[in-house]
Ligand binder design. Structure first.
Ligand SMILES: [Zn+2]
Length: 343
């Protein structure tokens, strides 16, 4: 009998312990799923907010490359200094608006990538970031070019309109700021980004048809090099010893998919067209080569790398009735023009 009671007791204790354990497990599961739900909600909110780091009307810290001084200024003041430094203010207002949005997108992308370090957001060196002159400097440059006071006022008003009327508008692809590359001129066709700099293809930076006014002064240009000058620069750059005979047989070795020159053959070496552009100040890699008795002649078409928006093309399309959104969507395939939330 005693033994029976004992085992009953033992059984009851086991049941109680088991119930407690089950209760605790249940509590834990409930708590965890609640926590997971909260986390999920939070992540969703973060993603919605930060897919693009949407921040309107920002203050930009600009590094002046000559003095290394950093000046904080309103984004609109900064863009008023960028747009006419990158595109002639005589261009059509719709082209200037497109340039303002390209510059704004470039700036915000640069800000979130911290490409300028922690102290500044962007610099005024056009080979590193974007060209920028403050208002006083711009006015003195324009005066030196012989612009009248009326013309300077007209240009400044146009720049102001281009910046303010497109305020907070940026170019996005899949919810991210695009790499807003642009160049001066690429008559006929723009270029695929991977064909120029290698690396990844970008669906919005692909070659598109391009129409450009024919009276643009840099539509075609020519660089004539004596064999001796060509030889000395190539030998120095590539640590080789090319000869006069090699120069006589210089030829284009490979084209990009849009028809620019990718590289040329000089003797036994392959020289990248982008290197030639830098070495011999060619205006673009869209060129033909003529060889004379003792000279190499580069007959060049267009100006710049050819990727993204063509500025001359933007002006041309604007004169044909395209608005700034048409222009942007023409040069950057599949993008959206979005307005940053000011709340
Ligand atoms: Zn920079």
């Amino acid at each position: 009998m005693n033994k029976k009671i004992k085992s009953l007791h033992y059984f009851t204790i086991c049941i109680i312990i088991l119930t407690i354990i089950l209760f605790l497990i249940n509590c834990y599961i409930l708590k965890k799923s609640k926590q997971e739900k909260i986390e999920e909600e939070e992540n969703k909110k973060i993603n919605e907010k930060n897919t693009i780091e949407y921040k309107a009307d920002q203050t930009i810290r600009v590094r002046y490359s000559k003095t290394n001084e950093i000046v904080a200024m309103d984004i609109n003041d900064y863009l008023r200094g960028v747009v006419p430094s990158e595109m002639p203010p005589s261009y059509n207002i719709e082209a200037l608006k497109a340039q303002a949005i390209v510059a704004r997108t470039y700036t915000y992308r640069k800000m979130i990538s911290h490409g300028e370090g922690e102290d500044a957001d962007i610099c005024d060196n056009h080979t590193h970031c974007q060209a920028f002159y403050d208002k006083d400097t711009l006015f003195s440059i324009w005066k030196k070019r012989g612009f009248s006071d009326e013309l300077i006022k007209e240009y400044w008003d146009k720049i102001n309109e281009a910046v303010v009327s497109t305020q907070n508008q940026v170019i996005t692809y899949n919810g991210e700021y695009i790499k807003a590359f642009f160049h001066a001129s690429s008559p006929y066709k723009t270029e695929n980004i991977d064909q120029i700099w290698g690396g990844e293809k970008l669906p919005y930076l692909v070659s598109v048809e391009n129409i450009e006014k024919e009276d643009y002064s840099n539509r075609t240009s020519q660089v004539i090099l004596l064999f001796s000058d060509f030889i000395s620069k190539i030998n120095e750059k590539y640590k080789v010893k090319i000869t006069n005979d090699d120069c006589k047989n210089v030829c284009i070795n490979e084209y990009t998919t849009s028809g620019r020159v990718k590289n040329i053959k000089v003797g036994n070496i392959i020289v990248k067209a982008e290197d030639l552009r830098t070495l011999f100040s060619l205006k673009s890699t869209d060129f033909k080569i003529d060889i004379t008795e003792d000279k190499i002649v580069f007959n060049v078409t267009g100006y710049g790398h050819g990727v993204g928006m063509s500025q001359v093309g933007a002006d041309t399309y604007a004169s044909q009735g395209y608005n700034y959104i048409d222009i942007i969507k023409h040069y950057y395939t599949g993008v959206e023009v979005e307005t940053l939330d000011t709340k």
